[in-house]
Design a protein around this ligand. Structure first.
Ligand SMILES: Cc1cc2nc3c(=O)[nH]c(=O)nc-3n(C[C@H](O)[C@H](O)[C@H](O)COP(=O)(O)OP(=O)(O)OC[C@H]3O[C@@H](n4cnc5c(N)ncnc54)[C@H](O)[C@@H]3O)c2cc1C
Length: 441
């Protein structure tokens, strides 16, 4: 047994139950994503100790993950250390740990920290903000061949797969294998699939042009598959049609109404036909992490906790769920699983707890203010839908770029992303084209 493991086991055996102590209440927040960070910030003036737990040491700006996967940006440009984000807030302590259990009856959680084993931590208030993970709709065996896009590790794996495929295509003597290496299949034509396909089209046509002698990357085939009957199903139909036309113009083959039956090491079988491909990417469904189920409350089909209009878990005082992990209804429609909703929910829960700590009852339920839905389709083109307003084109793309830069977590991220975007806009080059040493190549 390694010294580190032995130490970890010892720590586990003696793990103390850390209960809230003294007069100050303890608020435990699980998840340092959009909702968790917003909840912690909303508690900045609260007379409470806030413990923010995440299994990663960084917060990720997920809307730009596809740009890491397609070599536009590097991981550090879209992520920020959670400790740094919380450094100025004196009542917040950050803990790097994976929450593995929740016992609402004894008001404790179990958290496993690297090298420190499992600890029980007591709470007065609990905010679950653990987000979602890719769902393979009951076919978890597909995950081995078709990575999803949720973490920086996923984005780097995808980037290595894409760039590695061109290297292998350039060295093989087998025509069939070359075609397979140069075929990219994206399963799921929601916003992530559309954005990834558009950026991939730009990569093969512009960035990689002239980089290979034996192959022409511009002849790569990019196929966007979806079982539904249109791309971007959460947008209006007219927007879907425009986006599908735009993708086709970029050279992406859009195949809707086609169900993926198998994904294996040779490619996919979809709609009864095999598509040989060395790079299949999963941009389809999402499911909640196992954490909401541990609350013992009802969950929806995707595993999100059903909460009341105050984002509280029913019959469990002081326990809240915010962000993608919560199933919230507004005017009989579900609040969408987007960053703005997660931020607003996290902020609402933080403020509600702060009010309760002052002995005030909050009577106003959560209300989601929809600032609009955007998707970008490669360079110079984005679509926006907000209420009756549906628009798309270059100006919308500029608005998209501006909004995303402003929304990045730290000033240094904003400056670096701005610089990279300007560089790539004017030169067509992408600065993050490294293939880490990996078994993919
Ligand atoms: C590729 C991609 C593209 C997207 N594009 C857009 C977009 O363009 N616009 C938009 O509005 N939305 C977009 N979204 C959706 C948006 O990112 C989510 O709605 C938002 O991140 C939800 O925030 P959250 O705080 O609920 O969860 P997350 O941001 O996912 O954060 C959850 C956190 O919980 C932590 N966690 C999970 N389980 C545990 C555990 N057991 N123990 C400890 N920590 C745990 C995770 O490490 C993570 O840091 C995109 C999502 C993805 C994946």
């Amino acid at each position: 047994m390694s010294a580190m493991l032995a130490e970890s086991r010892r720590a586990e055996a003696t793990a103390a139950v850390e209960s809230p102590r003294g007069e100050r209440k303890r608020v435990v927040i699980i998840g340092g994503g959009f909702a968790g960070i917003a909840a912690a910030h909303a508690l900045r003036h609260a007379d409470a100790d806030v413990l923010l737990i995440d299994r990663r040491n960084h917060h990720i700006f997920q809307p730009l993950l596809y740009q890491v996967a397609t070599a536009v940006l590097s991981p550090a440009e879209i992520a920020a250390p959670i400790r740094q984000l919380e450094a100025k807030q004196r009542n917040v302590t950050v803990l790097l740990a994976e929450v593995t259990g929740i016992d609402v009856a004894s008001r404790t959680i179990e958290a496993a920290s690297p090298g420190a084993g499992v600890r029980k931590i007591g709470f007065d208030y609990l905010v679950v903000a653990t987000g979602m993970r890719p769902s393979y709709f009951g076919h978890d065996e597909f995950a081995r061949y078709a990575p999803g896009l949720k973490s920086l590790g996923d984005a780097e794996t995808i980037r290595a797969k894409i760039l590695g495929a061109f290297e292998l295509a350039a060295t093989t003597e087998d025509e069939g294998e070359r075609a397979r290496q140069m075929t990219f299949v994206l399963v799921g034509a929601g916003a992530t699939g559309v954005e990834l396909a558009g950026s991939l089209a730009d990569l093969v046509k512009v960035t990689l042009r002239g980089n290979f002698r034996r192959i022409d990357p511009g002849k790569a085939s990019i196929i966007l598959l979806d079982a539904g009957n249109r791309v971007l199903p959460t947008f209006a139909e007219a927007v879907s049609r425009r986006v599908a036309r735009r993708l086709t113009k970029l050279g992406v083959k859009v195949m809707t109404g086609v169900k993926v039956e198998t994904v294996d090491d040779q490619g996919v079988v979809a709609g009864g036909s095999r598509i040989p491909s060395a790079t299949v990417l999963w941009t389809a469904g999402v499911a909640a992490s196992p954490i909401p189920k541990m609350l013992g409350t009802k969950t929806d089909r995707a595993g999100r906790a059903l909460v009341d209009p105050f984002l509280k878990v029913v019959d469990t005082p002081g326990v809240f769920v915010a962000g993608d992990a919560a199933s919230v209804m507004q005017n009989r429609h579900p609040v969408p699983g987007v960053a703005q909703a997660a931020i607003q929910e996290g902020r609402y829960v933080g403020r509600l707890i702060a009010s309760e700590l002052k002995g005030r009852e909050v009577k106003r339920p959560f209300h989601y203010f929809d600032k609009g839905n955007m998707a970008v389709v490669a360079k110079n083109y984005a679509v926006l839908e907000r209420g009756w307003l549906c628009t798309g084109g270059f100006l919308t793309w500029l608005v998209w770029a501006f909004v995303h830069i402003l929304s990045l977590p730290q000033l240094q991220n904003r400056l670096r992303v701005q610089r990279q975007w300007l560089w790539s806009y004017f030169t067509g080059q992408r600065s993050s084209r490294l293939i880490p040493e990996s078994p993919t190549i």
